[in-house]
Design a protein around this ligand. Sequence first.
Ligand SMILES: [Zn+2]
Length: 140
Amino acid sequence: MVRVVVPRLTERARSLRAVEIAEHVAVEALPDWNTPRRIRERSQRLLPDPDFLAGLADQLREAVRPALELDHPPPAATHLAALAGQLHAAAEDQPQNCAAPGCGRELQPATTGRPRTYCGAACRQRAHRARTSNSVRIDR
Ligand SMILES: [Zn+2]
């Protein structure tokens, strides 16, 4: 809860203060919280991590391999192997989004080295400032 202390102010100072408070409230209210982009960002963040999915796929593939190596593999083994393939594909297809606050742009996959986290230097810098500043952070 925001506690507003209003000392005795002139009419003019009071209206200036009111505008300031209104702006503060507008920022805190995140007026674009329900735009398609924000909704996509949030739902994207709830998906399992691609590494986790790839790990599950590998485990499943390993688990069914002995059964698949039989001359007549049981249908369940074939189905599970197919499921492992789907999991692996899902892990690879999952687009990654820029992690900077308020961006969420889809990232181009890195051709070499570690996967990208931010879409560019500006977003990397903004995320760093957001992490290190003392001001209130808004998780968009
Ligand atoms: Zn970005």
